[in-house]
Design a protein around this ligand. Structure first.
Ligand SMILES: Nc1ncnc2c1ncn2[C@@H]1O[C@H](COP(=O)(O)OP(=O)(O)OP(=O)(O)O)[C@@H](O)[C@H]1O
Ligand SMILES: [Mg+2]
Length: 496
């Protein structure tokens, strides 16, 4: 559907055009008119289908200019997601100079307070902990707030966050509208949400599957001790542009990161024990394509929108099927294709089946690559590297090259060069400490990370974080991607 048919004003239509969005996605087409009409809305749609703009555009349109108070609050479960959402709202509201501010833990609260005092934002985006902190200090006032959005609503209303959310909603007692969005919305959680809402409209974008259509989902059966070598080989063969690797614990993330680095991959890890500055720096490098592989703990999965993630490797299978949906949803976004590979040890088959029941999609079995296939993958990348090198100025090397060519055949020289570039990645031994899965209890849906999550905002606890197919995937070329095939909206190029 066209954005022009949704009742949005000229300024927003201009911003939409500038963002390169051509058509509204189904969740946008259905929820924008409802939200503009002032209704409470619960919106559920697959990952990467533009839910941020679905709530963001009506928020922006409903702002009253010259109003020196906070008019809308968007609550996000993680700092990085809060920042990302603030940026998207700022971009969409640029024409009308909408003032959108973000507050999150791990950042200097004094500076946030000064900035809030200096210029009261029309829209405030924040993580629950930091929002409450400001509310208790009376450095923000939500009396005039008309709309509250819970992004990743099921996560927000789950045990870890619910108390904080209730408190924040109590502060925003004069609100006229509550909006809930997520890719997953288990019934019990939805009922909790309805208690805070006024006769909400529930919009579920009916898709055959809960997971995004454009993700090819695979699994590899492997013993715990085999997983790392197999993953390296898969990376060699599949040649992801940008890959996310999910590990179960912080230790796992650290070990996987070091192991990948030892084998020459351009990888970095991110989890809650790292400083906020470090987390942001790693994410920035990954977003800019300066890092090929980001290793993360599970909590990072939700909401992060990083263009060009082609592969998601679940080094450890998620024990909560909802988090599987969010994890693999970091790829296959906005019309691009993606691949996910989930490692399953023999005693984790139960988890896999529960995931498949939720997603209504079977993962296809993938065989571990053979030595020969891995070498071929390495050679393919080596050739691409050589092609890149040939584009540079090589004049400095000509004398030595000529000398070598006098003594050896060109064939031998090139072969030696290839041998050096295409190393067998598994030759360097890496030991990853085994991590036991939680015992499988038959229903993975809600026995999960529990109360700790409320503390992500405070820095110490577990941190949540968060294409092209394998043919033609090149590591160092993530600039401009083709149009997604068969999807109903058009890719936006993030770099525009
Ligand atoms: N109508 C559109 N056409 C093309 N691209 C769009 C459109 N709307 C949003 N996008 C882009 O699609 C990407 C994914 O959007 P967004 O992050 O809002 O997805 P989401 O549905 O919130 O996913 P998740 O469930 O993972 O949070 C973003 O880069 C966004 O700018
Ligand atoms: Mg989102």
């Amino acid at each position: 559907m066209k954005f022009t048919e949704l009742g949005l004003n000229e300024a927003l239509l201009k911003a939409i055009k500038r963002s390169g969005f051509e058509e509204a996605t189904p969740i946008q087409a259905e929820t924008i008119p409802l939200a503009l009409a002032g209704k409470d809305v619960i919106g559920q749609a697959q990952t990467g289908t533009g839910k941020t703009a679905a709530f963001g555009l009506p928020l922006l349109q409903q702002l009253e200019k010259q109003h020196n108070s906070i008019q809308a609050v968007v609550i996000e479960p993680t700092r990085e997601l809060a920042i990302q959402t603030q940026e998207e709202l700022f971009r969409l509201g640029r024409e009308e100079k909408a003032h959108v501010q973000v507050v999150y833990g791990g950042a200097d609260i004094g500076r946030q307070i000064r900035s809030l005092k200096h210029h009261v934002p029309a829209i405030l985006v924040g993580t629950p902990g930091r929002l409450l902190d400001h509310l208790k200090r009376k450095t923000i006032n939500l009396d005039e707030v008309k709309t509250v959005v819970l992004d990743e609503a099921d996560e927000m209303l789950d045990m870890g966050f619910i108390q904080d959310i209730e408190s924040i909603l109590n502060y925003a007692k004069n609100r006229k509208q509550t909006l809930l969005f997520s890719a997953t919305m288990p019934k019990p959680i939805l009922h909790i949400g309805e208690k805070f809402m006024n006769d909400p409209e529930i919009v579920r974008i009916k898709a055959k599957e809960l997971t995004a259509d454009l993700i090819d989902q695979y699994f590899v059966r492997a013993k715990e001790s085999e997983k790392f070598d197999i993953m390296c080989r898969l990376i060699d063969v599949q040649g992801p542009d940008l890959a996310l690797v999910f590990g179960r614990t912080k230790r796992r993330v650290d070990e996987l990161t070091h192991g990948l680095q030892a084998r020459g991959y351009n990888a970095a890890g991110i989890h809650g024990d790292l400083s906020q500055a470090r987390r942001m720096a790693v994410l920035k490098r990954f977003r800019a394509g300066k890092l090929d592989i980001l290793v993360a703990t599970d909590v990072a999965a939700r909401g992060l929108d990083i263009s060009g993630v082609t592969h998601v490797y679940n080094y450890d299978i998620p024990q909560d099927p909802d988090s599987y949906v969010h994890r693999i949803g970091r790829t296959g976004r906005a019309g691009q294709n993606g691949i996910s590979v989930t490692f399953v040890t023999p005693n984790e088959i139960g988890y896999m089946r529960t995931i498949e029941q939720l997603t209504k999609k079977k993962m296809s079995p993938l065989r571990p690559p053979t030595d020969d296939q891995a070498l071929r993958g390495q050679l393919k990348q080596a050739r691409e590297q050589i092609e890149d090198l040939l584009k540079g100025d090589l004049s400095k090397y000509e004398d030595d090259a000529n000398e070598l060519l006098e003594n050896y055949s060109a064939l031998d020289l090139v072969s030696a060069f290839l041998k050096n570039l295409a190393k067998d990645s598994t030759a360097i031994k890496v030991k990853i400490t085994p991590e036991k899965p939680l015992p499988f209890k038959g229903d993975g849906r809600r026995h999960r990370r529990g109360g700790n999550r409320r503390h992500f905002d405070h820095g110490k606890k577990n941190y949540r974080h968060g294409g092209k197919r394998r043919e033609g995937g090149r590591r160092n070329d993530r600039g401009h991607r083709g149009r997604g095939n068969g999807h109903d909206f058009v890719i936006k190029n993030k770099k525009d």
